[in-house]
Design a protein around this ligand. Structure first.
Ligand code: ZN
Length: 226
């Protein structure tokens, strides 16, 4: 096992603290069942990531049992085995240097869209704000090796959306920070539900490209506290 250089220990501890705490939001927003789902974060200033241990109850997650891996997904520090999705997370961090956090869930409404392999069309201002267009669907890919990570990166590279529905599986979201990735997972489930409800009422009206662009730009430059 590689040792963590003394200079990066504080950053590793901070990442373990943050990633552990963020898992509570997946529970709070009803995005996960049993032990499914995971959050990871890149350790700032190091080629390391921190991720949930595999198969551990959400109530039992602590900063100490978060697993530290290198960007090949090899465990560097931690008593427990890392999430079975670690290879996918590691692939994304290697391929997308701007990504600082990743979330994976099987949240109900979003996964229902993935089960029918339909992208969620951009029919709400909140979707234009957060996703800058549709939420795309990636291909079916098995977990455990690079296949799913590669598929996620290929789809996300062609969209502004920080979320991708992986066919017959669930959702992966990315963000500059782990918290941003959690937010994208929460918003993805929210719009997946609302657009589903809209479809029950009739044919949802698509926003124009021009309106989507204007909303996306405003949200990312003006909205919130600066
Ligand atoms: Zn999964």
């Amino acid at each position: 096992m590689t040792t963590i250089p003394a200079g990066t220990r504080a950053a590793v501890d901070a990442a373990r603290e943050e990633v552990s705490a963020l898992h509570a939001l997946l529970v709070r927003y009803n995005l996960v069942a049993w032990t499914a789902g995971n959050v990871s974060g890149r350790v700032s200033g190091a080629d390391l990531l921190v991720i949930k241990p595999s198969g551990v109850d959400y109530d039992d997650l602590t900063p100490q049992n978060m697993v530290v891996c290198d960007l090949d997904g090899t465990v560097v520090k931690g008593e427990l085995a890392p999430s079975s999705d670690t290879a996918a997370h590691a692939f994304i961090y290697r391929a997308m240097p701007h990504v600082g956090g990743i979330v994976h869930t099987h949240s109900g409404y979003a996964s229902a869209w993935s089960a029918v392999a339909e992208p969620i069309p951009c029919v709400l201002t909140a979707m234009a704000d957060e996703f800058g267009g549709e939420i795309p669907v990636g291909p079916f890919a098995r977990i455990g090796d690079d296949e799913i990570g590669r598929a996620i990166v290929e789809v996300l590279a062609e969209h502004r959306s920080p979320a991708v529905l992986m066919r017959s599986h669930g959702v992966f979201t990315i963000g500059p920070t782990p918290r941003d990735a959690v937010k994208a997972a929460v918003m993805c489930e929210d719009v997946a539900r609302t657009v589903h409800l809209a479809q029950a009422l009739g044919e949802p009206v698509h926003l124009t490209r021009k309106d989507i662009d204007a909303l996306f730009d405003r949200y990312h430059t003006v909205y919130g506290q600066r």
